[in-house]
Design a protein around this ligand. Structure first.
Ligand code: ATP
Ligand code: MG
Length: 608
């Protein structure tokens, strides 16, 4: 089955069962909910799931909706996570419920899509004090043909949906559908929850059957069903492959990258990763520029995400030994050969999209070009010195390394990533002192000139800023311990030299308080505890006592970072692996930032 056939098959199946196709909305958030992109098919349908009548007057809806999930950017490179993907959805607004839905999901997966019913796994809600185990769904699953041993009961964190921080809203258990990527279980307890990667979630049926009250749940009169199946993943599985890039949504692009680079997707793991990243990021960029509410690369908000996607793709074209013009070629393939029918607007806006991609590439390359002059100077310097010394002393061993300081200057002043300097040096038969580069980071005192306002106040991402960012977590925890829960993050900004943290607090801190906060942070560093990332829903994170900004994004899990007993926060930024990596922590300044908000600047330095 092709992707075009799959979209049609989904819609036809549900149309035959009384649904109307409501079509898709823009990928760009409407600016009112604070959500930058549309992350799930149900996101635009929230008002109707909450009780408002749908404009169509109908109770059975379906569609295929594009989604952009920037939280998944770090997973891109694996076979099943993309930053853009399509979600196939269908909804019952107070109409049919579990019996019909279980039967339909099963029939569609096994009879229409041809998946092996003996391989499908399902997870259902295991129950807790507030709501019973979802035996109803489990029984229906067994009845339709799912093997009893393939039904797993999981806790609220996995199989429950509700709107964070609300009461009076619908909520309920969900039934997630999984399919194995290969046939080797990791052990006797291998299953959808074991985390070995064998099972991939292909879809999710949410049953909204309760109302959330202040003190628990009560039955909901008008029960809803909300469904989301990933088209890109499904396409792979129903065609007997488990790599999402081996479907018609990507094959022509991967083939083009292979031809242009002369490298093999299957045999060269590094090239494979680069090709996946380029393909994913250019697909998402194409969709965002070509959207009805199209955006352009910039230094703020959604535009900054787009810029990061494009520049990251450019870096990986270099790694494949390709010119950045290949990005427009890739975009053209997506527009003309892959999404022409499903996204006709892309075809209309084709020239504009390709032009904008090339303009951003040119901007990035201009930064690189100035840096190249500096790089050449640096090489010439080494050569001259070698010639001069060799004349004086025939036994002189020529220098073959670009110093850490020079590499850092290229990075700091000209925006050369270290990998780029290393690649260029290798072409000249030279190496780069990577340790010296790291040293130079630590020594460097000037404030970073990098623009941009990435998540968590990080304007650039590297090992040093990751450490400072980790220290920010410990600082916030220590402040709350010393000054009380009144302390909440109001802002954060990190350069390679220092962290800056703004927080709510009504008066100046005393020298004793400052010293105590500093001491507590250093205690956590000295404890050398690992920094552990775990994904969970916002609700679950809150219940477990995490702090952080609780922006609820429907259907999304958030990343949490735990450092022993010292800190537990919801966060999307990059972190050190262990608090012991941070070095000694020092508060440099405590001052007023604005009314009711204090500002701390602090540094970390390697332990003497
Ligand atoms: P996962 O745990 O695999 O990241 P999820 O729990 O985030 O998935 P949902 O939020 O339930 O997924 O989204 C519904 C469906 O959308 C999933 O069953 C999956 O098929 C698909 N999906 C989710 N995230 C992605 C992604 N990054 N790329 C492709 N498909 C995705
Ligand atoms: Mg899920």
């Amino acid at each position: 089955m092709t992707s075009k056939e799959l979209r049609n098959a989904w819609i036809r199946f549900y149309e035959e069962r009384g649904h109307i196709n409501i079509g898709a909305v823009s990928l760009i958030g409407d600016g009112t909910t604070g959500v930058m992109f549309n992350v799930a098919g149900m996101q635009p349908l929230m008002p109707y799931l909450l009780g408002k009548e749908h404009p169509s007057g109908k109770k059975r809806l379906c569609n295929v909706q594009g989604c952009v999930r920037t939280v998944d950017i770090e997973s891109v490179g694996d076979p099943t996570h993309f930053t853009f993907f399509e979600m196939m959805g269908n909804w019952s607004l107070g109409d049919y419920f579990k019996q019909e839905k279980t039967q339909w999901s099963y029939d569609l997966l096994t009879k229409v899509f041809g998946l092996d019913s003996k391989e499908i796994c399902s997870t259902v809600f295991e129950g807790n004090d507030a709501a019973p185990r979802d035996d109803e769904t489990a029984d229906l699953l067994k009845k339709v043909g799912i093997l009893p041993e393939h039904i797993f009961y999981l806790p609220k964190s996995d199989n429950w949906w509700e709107l964070e921080g609300t009461t009076g809203t619908p909520c309920g258990p969900d039934n997630e559908w999984f399919y194995p990527r290969h046939n080797k279980p990791c052990g006797p307890n291998c299953g959808p929850a074991c985390g070995c990667g064998r099972y991939v979630e292909i879809g999710n049926d949410v049953y909204m059957q309760y109302v959330k009250n202040a003190d628990g749940y009560s039955p909901l009169a008008n029960k809803n069903v909300d469904t989301g199946f990933g088209l890109d993943r499904m396409l792979a599985f129903l065609n007997g492959v488990t790599d999402g890039y081996k479907t018609d949504l990507f094959i022509p692009v991967i083939k083009h990258l292979e031809e242009k680079s002369g490298k093999s997707y299957d045999d060269d793991p590094e090239a494979q990763k680069a090709m996946r990243i380029i393909a994913d990021h250019i697909r998402t960029s194409t969709m965002l520029i070509g959207d009805v509410k199209g955006i352009l690369p910039s230094n703020v908000g959604a535009g900054y995400i787009l810029r990061r996607l494009l520049r990251r793709a450019i870096r990986y074209t270099r790694q494949l030994g390709l010119e950045s013009s290949v990005l427009a070629e890739v975009s053209r393939i997506f527009i003309e050969q892959i999404y022409d029918e499903a996204y006709p607007l892309l075809v209309e806006k084709k020239d504009y999209i390709l032009d904008e991609i090339m303009k951003e590439a040119a901007r990035f390359e201009a930064t690189l070009a100035t840096g190249m002059k500096e790089f050449t100077k640096c090489i010439t310097g080494i050569r001259r010195k070698n010639e001069f010394m060799a004349q004086k002393d025939p036994s002189y061993k020529p220098e073959t390394e670009i110093s850490g300081k020079q590499a850092f200057r290229l990075y700091d002043t000209y925006g050369f990533p270290l990998e780029l300097t290393e690649e260029l040096a290798a072409e000249e038969g030279l190496t780069v002192d990577a340790n010296g580069f790291a040293e130079a980071f630590k020594e460097h005192q000037a404030i970073s000139k990098q623009e941009g306002a990435a998540k968590g106040g990080l304007t650039e991402r590297n090992e040093e800023t990751a450490k400072l960012h980790t220290a920010t977590h410990l600082l916030q925890a220590a402040l709350r311990k010393v000054l009380g829960d009144e302390v909440a993050q109001k802002g954060s900004n990190i350069t390679t030299e220092r962290l800056r943290f703004d927080f709510s607090f009504s008066r100046k801190m005393t020298p004793e308080e400052i010293a105590e906060v500093e001491r507590l942070v250093n205690v956590a560093i000295d404890a050398k505890v690992p920094v552990v990332m775990e994904e969970m829903t916002v609700q679950e994170a809150k219940e477990k006592g995490a702090i952080g900004l609780f922006e609820s994004k429907y259907g999304e899990k958030v990343k949490t970072y735990k450092m022993g007993e010292y800190s537990f926060e919801i966060c999307g930024g990059p972190h050190a692996a262990n608090t012991g990596d941070l070095g000694s922590f020092k508060i440099r300044k405590e001052e007023s930032s604005s009314a009711g908000v204090r500002r701390i600047k602090a540094t970390i330095a390697p332990k003497a």
